[in-house]
Design a protein around this ligand. Structure first.
Ligand SMILES: NC(=O)c1ccc[n+]([C@@H]2O[C@H](COP(=O)([O-])OP(=O)(O)OC[C@H]3O[C@@H](n4cnc5c(N)ncnc54)[C@H](O)[C@@H]3O)[C@@H](O)[C@H]2O)c1
Length: 249
């Protein structure tokens, strides 16, 4: 399978590039990055996706949300599926993705790791068991270069809670005289610092006892492995929108 690595010069793009060098089914056919230097890569790298000459089986994107229109236009024009790993999309951008998925297969997940997606499933179960008796708070921690908050993963976890309990709203951080906590809040807290790869905790806080579900990423290779596995899955799917839960469970 020929993979186009979108955002190849970034932290994750380079990990995907290196991971694909030793992969049995997939290879990095080319990369796209607004700021890439060709001499850093031994595959063709383009600044504009419209210049890509290779035949591509799937796009793996770890870039920026501003690149979304170009990615979707390229994929629709060439009937190429794409794995969107970039986070921080607005509701309008999510609408664009949903619209495009009527024509092409699109895989989107705020977290490509198997462990985090298992956590999502566990959070749904815990919400069924404990949600009504609990105040639910989510704490996420990331490195000091992350540009969006809360993390895509924290939003996935909040969505998992919401899928099992009606009437909940996310409250981001708390400041000043914010009033007593109500039962219909999911508190969301973002810690930023150093080189933390990613930690997520979902706390079910009851009277006199707390259940905490936690995941910790030790290195970013897990996201690249997950994205490549998603590409292998996606090329066999019809047009539609897919996520890690569809692939794993
Ligand atoms: N889903 C997941 O599991 C997961 C895991 C890690 C990171 N991410 C997300 O992936 C994205 C990239 O993360 P990163 O740490 O590699 O960031 P990064 O800043 O290191 O890399 C982004 C790359 O995109 C390039 N770029 C910027 N504008 C572009 C454009 N218009 N067209 C093409 N390329 C462009 C930049 O030059 C850069 O090389 C972020 O949104 C991050 O949150 C998702």
């Amino acid at each position: 399978m020929n993979i186009l690595i979108y955002g190849i010069a970034g932290t994750m793009g380079k990990i995907v590039y290196n991971t694909l060098k030793n992969h049995s089914n997939c290879n990095g056919a080319c990369g796209v990055d607004k700021y890439a230097k060709q001499e850093e890569f031994d595959i063709p790298v383009y600044q504009n996706v419209n210049d890509v000459k290779e035949t591509i089986d799937c796009v793996i994107d770890f870039s920026v949300k501003a690149a979304l229109p170009d990615i979707l236009t390229y994929c629709k024009k060439n009937k190429v599926p794409c794995v969107l790993c970039t986070t921080g999309y607005s509701n309008d951008e999510i609408g664009m993705i949903e619209e495009a998925s009527k024509e092409i297969a699109i895989f989107r997940s705020g977290n490509m790791s198997v462990g985090v997606n298992a956590l999502v499933k566990l959070v749904k179960e815990a919400t069924k068991l404990l949600g009504m008796a609990s105040d639910i708070e989510i704490i996420e921690q990331h490195h000091n270069k992350k540009v969006d908050a809360p993390s895509g993963t924290a939003i996935m976890l909040a969505d998992a809670v919401k899928s099992e309990m009606d009437g909940l709203e996310i409250v981001n951080g708390r400041q000043g005289i914010c009033g007593k906590r109500t039962k219909n809040e999911i508190g969301m807290h973002a810690v930023r610092g150093g080189t933390i790869v990613g930690k997520h905790e979902v706390m079910f806080i009851m009277n006199n006892e707390v259940v905490t579900l936690k995941h910790e990423s030790e290195n970013k290779g897990i996201f690249a492995e997950g994205a490549i596995r998603a590409a292998e899955y996606l090329v066999n799917q019809p047009a539609g929108l897919y996520n890690m839960q569809d692939m794993l469970f």
